[in-house]
Unconditional design. Sequence first.
Length: 331
Amino acid sequence: MTDQHEPSNEQLLSLFERMTLIRLMEERLRADAAAGRLPGAVHLYIGQEAVAVGVCANLRDTDWITSTHRGHGHFLAKGGDPKAMMAEIWGKRTGICKGMGGSMHVADLSKGILGANGIVGGGFAIATGAALAISLLGNDRVAVAFFGDGAANQGVFMECLNVSSLWQLPLVFVCEYNHFCEFTPTATVTSGDIVDRARAFKIPCEVVDGNNVVAVFNAAASAITWARSGKGPAFIEARTYRIQGHLESEDLFLAGGKYREKQEVEEWRKLDPIARLANFLVSQGACTTSQLDGITSKIAGVVEDAVKFAEASEPADPELTFEVMFAGQRP
Ligand SMILES: Cc1ncc(C[n+]2csc(CCOP(=O)(O)OP(=O)(O)O)c2C)c(N)n1
């Protein structure tokens, strides 16, 4: 697509901070889900933080993203408010959707976050529509569709590859190849390589190590520059791994069954994107371990404040249900 855009040390530290925010928010959600304190399901993004952060670091507030059911990382990476996200997941009226959407629907239009989505593949057409709007309005925004390797088997993916290429839309597809579709290893339900589907539509593609935030940042910088300059869509496949279960209560679904080996998870833990970035920064002399520890402690405080805010907030207003479900017309 275009040449390299290496991040500065300052940018690398900011990537570390944003990835740490996602990780600590989710570690806390994990603990609260296990303790039965959260209403509804949570799908955690632990291990995939480099993808959302590496891509969104190249975006502006005015750019659009669509997300998935595993959407906390995208929301925070794009600048969503941690307190408002936490309160939403807790089902509180101070949440970003007034507690009506929960984990799978965190959205903030003021930050260009068109929403997490409980419909697998639901983000493709929304992002394509946003990119069509950008194109018709003639501004220099871009739209990014984050999606999973499972979603790539939905038919709408082909439709959106086709029209975005045909109409040269400013759209970047970001496939997060985390190796699983719920409890099914992707390789057992996917023919060929997902990236070849985009290539067939003459869309420029790059496959990157999704646990290396610098690699993702560079690929995203090229893809976003390409799309923003009116050359049409671009495609990134980020190879990563889902460390947590499909959702936090997956043991109830599995009823003793298993779909992967513990050893495999442990091997991927060694490629933890946050630890890798920390090692890189320290080995390059870009910062010291104690500086990184300082960032982590600061973020732990942000997470604590978000939880306190959510806990202290009032539950969602049941009356609002009619308004948001029936667009003002009560049955
Ligand atoms: C249209 C639709 N079909 C099925 C489901 C059930 N479902 C929820 S998540 C999921 C797997 C998605 O896998 P992938 O797109 O790879 O995302 P990941 O969970 O790995 O992040 C499925 C089949 C759904 N939510 N929506």
